[in-house]
Each structure stands twice: as structure tokens, then as C-alpha cells.
Design a protein around this ligand. Structure first.
Ligand code: NDP
Length: 257
């Protein structure tokens, strides 16, 4: 099964997995007609700009997910780009993981905790809220009650290290507390939004992309961005009722929360 979403928005598309999502969405057998690649500094996003130059489906939009004024402007601009089609798929990908502290109980600070919560939880929640009218529009056009990412969906990019049920598989002393706490909260946002949006026919799922070689994942990671996103797109394409409100991994397996 292949994804056939006509309109897609990816946040944090300047590099890493966001950029790879854009690349591979364009290579699908049915690529999006409008692919909005949002990033906080379009002028510096050179790889993204060269993709946009060679493919007219790509619209690069300035969006710092922490800034409400950017979100308001982006909603207006993107509404114009997608028109009556609405928005089939929102991929909330942008996130941060600070490495200047180890991120254990003894060295976390309030500021660093707040910053992770702001970017990794508040922003995807507010973005989902603000793009809801466009997601609803896309859902209403399909004429089916089935949930699918080709119809109307929100994918929250999460992580297995947020999973309380998977902590036994993670070595003790493993750090990144601010990041893990934020992604655990994002998982709960996924559960709640999925329940709330079920009646609208909008799928909401959290997705663990694997441990991937990016600036965040570091070169020690086993997967390349290309490998991860190839599988992620298949998992997203297959996601339906059984994945709604769940944390799935890049192979489509449901992980424990
Ligand atoms: P990177 O650090 O490589 O890239 C992060 C992206 O998020 C960049 O495009 C960055 O933009 C963007 N971003 C950060 N803050 C903001 C902001 N305020 N507004 C807009 N964009 C912002 O991370 P990855 O590509 O590895 O991660 C992508 C997603 O996958 C994240 O949600 C991450 O948590 C998740 N993930 C990654 C794993 C991995 O192993 N790599 C494992 C599990 C989950 P800019 O260029 O402007 O800084």
C-alpha cells in the first residue's frame, strides 16, 4: 500500500528526517500535489531550496514552530496553497534535544525542561489545533469513515525512548530526561487528540522513526535517514483504525506507551 495524500505539511524540513520526508514524498508513485516544507529559516535551508527549485509541488514556508505569529501566517499562506483540497497529512516532525547537559535528574534546569516542552509538545499541539479546519476539509471530501493518512491524518514524530513500557530495554542511566519527558507528553497528546478527532475522520498517530544518523541521532545511529523514512512512509501509508492514538514504529509495530 502506498501513500496518496494530495496535500502534505512537514515541519522541521530544513535537514535530517524532515528533509528526507520531503525527498521521499516527492518520489512516491502518487506524490503530493502540494508539499509544504516548513522550516524556520528558508534562506539557510539550501538543500530544501534546491529540491523546491526542481519540483513545483514543493512550497517552502517559514515556520518557527515556537512562534505564534509564524503559525498564524503559515496557516493563511498554506490555506491558499491547498485551497479546496484541505490538508491530508500533517507531519509534526520539528523537535529539539539539547546535549549541553547530560539530562539526568541532577543536572536538568527549569529553562531546559520548558524549552523542550515548548518545541516538542506545545508546538505540535497548537499546530494541530490551527490546521484542524484544513484537516477537516480534507476528511470531509473523502466520503469514507475509514481512517487513513491518504485522507486526513496527523503524525506526531515521537521516540521509543519516550515509552514507559520500553524503559526496561533502555540502559539504566541513559540521559536526555527533558527530551524523554517531552515525547512522553506528546504521546499523551496523541491519545487525546485521536479520541477527539475520531468523529471528524482524522487519524492521529505517534511514530518512532528508529535511531537514525542525523544531527540529533548522531553518526553512531544504525539507520540512515533514507532507510528510516522509506519504512516510515510505508508505516504511515498502512496506518488506520488500529494505529489511531497509538505509538507505532517505522516497521508499523504498535509499541507500548
Ligand atoms: P535534527 O536535529 O537532525 O533536525 C531537527 C529539525 O527540527 C531541523 O529541521 C530543525 O530546524 C527543526 N527545528 C528545531 N526547532 C525548531 C523550531 N523551533 N521551529 C521549526 N523547526 C525546528 O533531528 P531529526 O531529523 O533526527 O529528528 C526529526 C524528528 O525525529 C524529531 O521529532 C525527533 O525527536 C525524532 N526522532 C529522531 C530520532 C533520531 O535518531 N534521529 C530518534 C527518534 C525520534 P533548524 O535547521 O532550523 O534547526
Amino acid at each position: 500500500m502506498s501513500l496518496s495524500a494530495k496535500t502534505v505539511l512537514v515541519t522541521g524540513a530544513s535537514r535530517g528526517l524532515g528533509l528526507e520526508f520531503v525527498r521521499q514524498l516527492l518520489a512516491l508513485s502518487k506524490p503530493p500535489e502540494v508539499l509544504i516544507a516548513a522550516c524556520r529559516d528558508p534562506e539557510k535551508a539550501e538543500d530544501l531550496q534546491s529540491l523546491a527549485k526542481s519540483n513545483s509541488a514543493v512550497r517552502v514556508v517559514k515556520l518557527d514552530v515556537e512562534k505564534d505569529e509564524d503559525i498564524e501566517k503559515a496557516v493563511k499562506v498554506i490555506s491558499g496553497y491547498v485551497g479546496e483540497k484541505g490538508l491530508n497529512l500533517l507531519i509534526n516532525n520539528a523537535a529539539i534535544l539539547f546535549r549541553q547537559i547530560q539530562g539526568v535528574l541532577t543536572d536538568v534546569t527549569r529553562t531546559i525542561l520548558q524549552e523542550h516542552f515548548n518545541v516538542n509538545v506545545s508546538s505540535p499541539v497548537i499546530l494541530t489545533q490551527k490546521f484542524l479546519p484544513l484537516l477537516r476539509k480534507a476528511a470531509s471530501l473523502s466520503g469514507t469513515k475509514e481512517l487513513s493518512a491518504s485522507k486526513a491524518a496527523v503524525v506526531m514524530i515521537s521516540s521509543i525512548i519516550s515509552s514507559q513500557g520500553s524503559q526496561d530495554t533502555i540502559p539504566p542511566g541513559h540521559s536526555f530526561m527533558p527530551y524523554k519527558l517531552s515525547k512522553t507528553a506528546l504521546n499523551m497528546a496523541t491519545i487525546l487528540a485521536a479520541r477527539e478527532l475520531r468523529a471528524d475522520g482524522i487519524l492521529v498517530t505517534a511514530l518512532h522513526p528508529g535511531w537514525v544518523k542525523t544531527d540529533m541521532g548522531t553518526s553512531a545511529a544504525p539507520l540512515t535517514a533514507e532507510e528510516s523514512i522509506k519504512d516510515c512512509l510505508q508505516a504511515i501509508a498502512k496506518a488506520g483504525e488500529e494505529s489511531n492514538g497509538k505509538l507505532i514504529d517505522f516497521k508499523g509495530n504498535i509499541l507500548p506507551y
